[in-house]
Design a protein around this ligand. Sequence first.
Ligand SMILES: Nc1ncnc2c1ncn2[C@@H]1O[C@H](COP(=O)(O)OP(=O)(O)OP(=O)(O)O)[C@@H](O)[C@H]1O
Length: 327
Amino acid sequence: MIEVSNLSKTYMTHERGHSLREITANLIRRPMKEVQAVKEISFSVGQGEMVAFLGPNGAGKSTTLKMLTGVLHPTSGEVKALGLTPWKQRSEYVKRIGAVFGQKSQLLWDIPPVDAFYMNKAIYGVPDRDYIRTLDRLTTLLEVGDVMRKPTRQLSLGERMKCEFIMAMLHGPELVFLDEPTIGLDVIAKENVRDFIRDMNRQGVTFILTTHDLDDVEMLAERVIVINQGEIVFDDGLNVLRGRLGEKKAVRVTTDIPLPDMPMPGVAMIKRIHESEAELEIDLEITPLKGFIRYFNETYGIRDMSIEPLPIEVVMKELYIGSAKLP
Ligand SMILES: Nc1ncnc2c1ncn2[C@@H]1O[C@H](COP(=O)(O)OP(=O)(O)OP(=O)(O)O)[C@@H](O)[C@H]1O
């Protein structure tokens, strides 16, 4: 379905000076600087797979997705997706793929989504029966029957995201790229969108997903590709990744007395919010939850507490600092 070989992208940008002398010199001659955003990455994705493509800010995710969707030419390397080279056979390719990019709207600002849907129907030549059936199903599932008749500019982020999703799916794509697909959605809509993605996936649609929402990853993806500084540092099952990191939880706690920076063994401070409120990371192999709660209550007095899976950023951070003991 997707075959990526030695794919690289180097951007050329103008170097910016910091000191007054550099800035003045740059007015006359601005030196160019190379940014190696993606460095010789290779991977393949089979038909019907659901892959999470993760990494920190600036890792090269968007650059890779742009090359996979065909909007950006690589500096070197190859991509074959659906038997096509995305940036060379773009018009043929876009008919068969779908994309939801949280930051970039496919809807038109002053026009109700339903009109944009109809426009897409015409562009992609979707038969009336298929169009009505899919639209019906999606609007019911995502509860946007009324919403899609208002101008896009009047919609909330969540309402707009639901419509973006419908827009991307109406022409029955075989391969779908999702960038933060559940951002801004309420709990029920998130579940509905995830159900729909799973359902489409069961029907054979392949998904590549980037997200910072660990629940998206856990509930949708079986395989995770992690990119860091333009290189793939992990490509395996999510359970393998979690297994390598050990059992950890994120805890937000408010206590009666101030918390020290190192409150107890096996517990690390992720973020201090106030002197007696913090986000912590517990290594359950060192400190079981029961022991943590007992010690914290006796020592600091627990006023409020929430326990969550480790945020994806923390999992990723651990991966980069080497504690994940990667091969
Ligand atoms: N048009 C551009 N010109 C120059 N450099 C760029 C350009 N686009 C991206 N970069 C640089 O390439 C690197 C990879 O950026 P990219 O947007 O692919 O990262 P990302 O993983 O998507 O990050 P984020 O999670 O912040 O969106 C970064 O160092 C970025 O500054």
